[in-house]
Design a protein around this ligand. Sequence first.
Ligand code: ATP
Length: 458
Amino acid sequence: MENLTLEKIVNMCNQRGIIFAGSEIYGGLGNTWDYGPIGHEIKSNIKREWWKRFVYNSPNTFGVDAAILMNPRVWEASGHVAGFSDPKIDCKDCKTRHRADNLIEAHATKTGKPVNTDSMSDDELNKYLTDNKIKCPKCGNSNFTDIRQFNLMFETSRGVTEGGQSKIYLRPETAQGEFVNFINIQRTMRAKVPFGIAQIGKAFRNEVTPGNFIFRTIEFEQMEHQLFCKEGQDEAFYEEYKTKAWDFLLSLGFKAENLKFKPHDKLSHYAKAACDINYKFPMGWSELNGIHNRTNYDLSRHQEYSGKGMLYLDPVSGEKYIPWVVEYSIGADRLMLAVLCEAYNEEKLEDGDTRTVLKLHPKLAAYKAAVFPLQKNLGEKAMEVFNTLNKHFYCAYDEAGSIGKRYRRQDEIGTPYCITVDFTTLENGIVTLRDRDTMQQQSMTVDEVVAFIKGKLE
Ligand code: ATP
């Protein structure tokens, strides 16, 4: 919808049982969010669709569910201990915290003189801030602390006695759980390169500037797929995964005009190629997912740091090599936000009213149908219809208020079909099915409803 604001999405989520502020009754905990009954269903459906496409329908792909807490050496090998940090500054006057690189990039975009903050030292970033008299976005003053590199990994410690404690981290990405299990999976599943390992799980980042609702949070879920291949196959797989990532979004109902590829301006030292797919969020075009050609960096580093061989033996050619990796990574929560923004609509009706409707793809909707008795005394028959339908897909039941009000309630949470049981149902078993998007109604038997809705879910 044109002119959609994030505020509208946040309010709708709060009002409709989709997403609530975390620990709300205690005043919340900044940038944590709890999914309510409707939100939990939608997010589970998003994850299920991803898993179907990238595991069940991807030949030679295996799923894992690795531990969140990993041996700290993993994060030394991956480079996170040394380099997973952002340049943090604080405004001395209003005490707000900022990322120096973000302030500089915003200034550079405004003045039309691009800078590459990734290649600047802390001293250079400091000098840029002072020379250009960059202002705090909150209070407008230019009175910042010096830059401090702030590691984004959450630290915790294990052990019962203080002396026995040792520092460990909450994983900042799920990918390492796939890399450290490369040999286990290759061996136990008799996997032949090229093959994939996929995972959906929680990740944690102590972001300097979290925000924009569930776009950037400190705790989130990632859906990641690592494709292990031979050097030389990497470029074709990189292109293939760009297409697969794009097609997946279209299959969820995204319009192509709201998506675009963005190649990375600067590659990590180990990467051969990298790009994001950006989505037109209400706050502007922003990253939705990434596709990266990571060379054989990850497995080589784990071989070096663990001392365990990561070589793959090609059973046909007898060749031994460390496989290359093409990674596709997308945040489940960030995708959830994009799905909600894409589906949100306000429509003017003929009677002058406005209806809010969430035009979710039926496979993502929390309830696939809602069953209503026209009047309360039809409750028994309606409950019978509900029980039949609910065996096939998750349904809602509502007998409160006028039929019009009940339609609106379901429109707002994206239920694609409403089924009304009236007096004729008692005689001939025929119900009325109303379509969320067209608001058209048609009569059919309950068996026909099951077949009709199942057809829409495929
Ligand atoms: P960004 O540039 O937005 O910080 P990133 O490039 O650091 O993201 P990756 O490390 O490539 O992101 O993570 C892969 C995906 O995980 C992202 O494309 C995004 O969908 C999701 N993601 C990353 N950080 C967060 C976060 N703090 N909150 C929610 N989702 C996130």
